[in-house]
Design a binder for this molecule. Structure first.
Ligand code: CP
Ligand code: NVA
Length: 308
């Protein structure tokens, strides 16, 4: 039996908690040349969109733990000449042990997972970015010592990362307050739990917050809407005045890449409350933990999938 991570919904609360703790443990462990559980395993990365952090952290996670990776830009594969997702999934399953996909449509990762017999990881779609929020919540735990009872604010677009934060808040016990302009609410608001709410005023969202999160106003694939969206987000910048309304020890997070001077100012990004580069670093350790979960063991400690 294999496990796919296409959205946060694919993980139980206990599995998320395990990933957070295991990620922190692997970070503490640092480089250990004797721990190489992925020898003989190959992770494929099939990417349709640009990436710095997700690609490199997944590749380094595999390499450090003894495995290998193959990066494929979709446009260089036969997918660009209309080979079906179904056939591509079946073929890649014969070579690879795991496949991380970054693409536009969530349906593509779902179809790939359906026809692949190896674990498929969503490395970002227009709808979700599950791996991002897993490493983000690991960073929250690292910096605050806990997740339960914290007030986490999201300021900006109701995008793929915001949707994944909502799904995370449905599983864990923290308060999530999202400030999004009208017309930019996250899709994932259906059936939200009482710890999640959307407001229009960023000041309301960040009041007494322990964590402030933001992201670009124009996500990959939305370039044509850039001018329209930038106007909508006037007033949604995470700047010093906004940060001052939160708790004094608030941490400011951004999944990056940032558009400095738009959604976040230089003084905040480079200031004492910012944890953005630790946040980026933690993607490596969370991805190591995630790959352990998918390739080595399930929640009972048994193998998800035997090495071929
Ligand atoms: N945060 C994130 O996913 O960054 P990349 O787009 O560089 O992978
Ligand atoms: N919301 C952003 C996240 C980038 C990591 C995007 O989809 O472009």
């Amino acid at each position: 039996m294999k496990k796919d991570i296409l959205t946060i919904k694919d993980l139980k609360k206990e599995e998320i908690e395990w990933l957070i703790l295991r990620g922190l443990e692997l970070k503490k462990m640092g480089r250990d040349v004797n721990y190489r559980p992925f020898v003989g395993y190959v992770l494929g990365l099939l990417f349709d969109k640009a990436s710095t952090r997700t690609r490199v952290s997944f590749e380094v996670a595999m390499l450090r733990l003894g495995g290998d990776t193959i990066f494929m830009s979709s446009k260089d594969t036969q997918l660009s000449r209309n080979e079906s997702i179904e056939d591509t999934a079946r073929v890649l399953s014969r070579y690879l042990d795991c496949l991380a996909i970054r693409t536009y449509s969530q349906q593509v990762v779902e179809a790939m997972a359906k026809y692949a017999d190896i674990p498929v990881i969503n490395a970002l779609t227009d709808k979700y970015h599950p791996c991002q929020v897993l490493s983000d919540i690991m960073t929250v735990k690292e910096k605050k010592g806990r997740v339960e009872g914290l007030r986490i604010a999201w300021v900006g677009d109701g995008n793929n990362v915001a949707n994944s934060w909502i799904n995370l808040a449905k599983k864990l016990d923290f308060e999530l307050v999202l400030a999004c302009p009208e017309g930019c609410d996250p899709e994932e608001l259906k059936d939200v739990t009482p710890n999640i709410r959307v407001v229009r005023d960023p000041k309301e969202a960040v009041k007494d917050a322990d964590v402030i999160n933001t992201d670009v106003w124009v996500s990959m694939g939305q370039e044509e809407e850039a001018e329209k969206k930038k106007k909508l987000f006037y007033g949604y910048q995470v700047n010093r005045n906004l940060v001052n309304l939160a708790k004094p020890d608030v941490i400011v997070m951004h999944c990056l890449p940032a558009h400095r001077g738009e959604e976040i100012t230089d003084d905040v990004m480079d200031g004492p409350n910012s944890v953005v580069f630790d946040q980026a670093e933690n993607k490596l350790y969370l991805h190591e933990a995630l790959l352990e979960m998918l390739l080595l063991k399930n929640e009972r400690g048994f193998l998800w999938k035997q090495k071929r």
